[in-house]
Design a protein around this ligand. Structure first.
Ligand SMILES: [Zn+2]
Length: 222
């Protein structure tokens, strides 16, 4: 019995010890005495590069990625992060330019948002890619952790099917210097998923999931 009391007291004290620095940190962020990390958000495609296109109902991937990125920016700024966008409107940005934007802004995290398509209309769900660099294993591991955090929070918010975290060679995740991921936030070719993605509320859920995932990655690994 005495041991149990001791255990409860120990747990209480250790939880409090943990929460005090967390509270101080939150207050410091709020008062801007600590600069929160810079996040680069990349809306896939743009301008003449429309990305995946659906005729009925008419949908262009480049517009959906931009909406999702703008919502994500709003949520991240509410959490106190500095956000840099590779594009804030509908124009073409070469992949190399997106990479140099991230590398020159000393960004701590890079997130690219896309939507998927597949000749098989049954394919659905959300997946996240990272580059498994052999030269920089620390960045590879950080990118994988970031991918897991974002996927888990996006699935939690959207209730979509998880297709897992995958290794990819996309230029924007391969050439950037910081932990970087590319989110494929659902299939425009799947009728049910497409109906969800067309709704503002669902895009907001994806974006909130991305922002929460970034926050949980930073809390857990930095
Ligand atoms: Zn795309």
């Amino acid at each position: 019995m005495r041991f149990r009391l001791f255990l409860v007291l120990f747990l209480f004290l250790s939880l409090n010890l943990y929460s005090v620095p967390q509270k101080m940190l939150a207050a410091a962020y709020k008062n801007k005495t600590i600069q929160r990390p810079t996040i680069v958000l990349d809306a896939g495609h743009g301008g003449r590069d429309q990305g995946a296109k659906i005729k009925y109902p008419y949908l262009e991937e480049k517009r959906l990625t931009l909406s999702a990125v703008l919502y994500t920016k709003k949520y991240l700024e509410q959490l106190g992060y500095k956000v840099v966008l590779t594009r804030a409107k509908d124009y073409f940005v070469p992949l190399k330019k997106r990479v140099s934007l991230a590398n020159s802004n000393n960004a701590e995290i890079f997130v690219s948002i896309h939507f998927n398509s597949c000749p098989n209309k049954i394919a659905h769900g959300i997946e996240v890619y990272y580059f498994n660099s052999q030269e920089n294993k620390i960045r590879a591991r950080n990118s994988m952790n970031l991918a897991n955090c974002i996927l888990s929070d996006v699935i939690k918010k959207t209730q979509a099917k998880s297709r897992g975290v995958k290794r990819g060679q996309f230029c924007v995740v391969r050439e950037t210097n910081m932990p970087a991921i590319l989110l494929e936030a659902g299939f425009l070719t799947n009728p049910q998923e497409r109906d969800n993605i067309r709704k503002k509320l669902y895009l907001e859920k994806i974006s909130l999931g991305v922002a929460n995932g970034i926050e949980s990655f930073i809390k857990k690994y930095s």
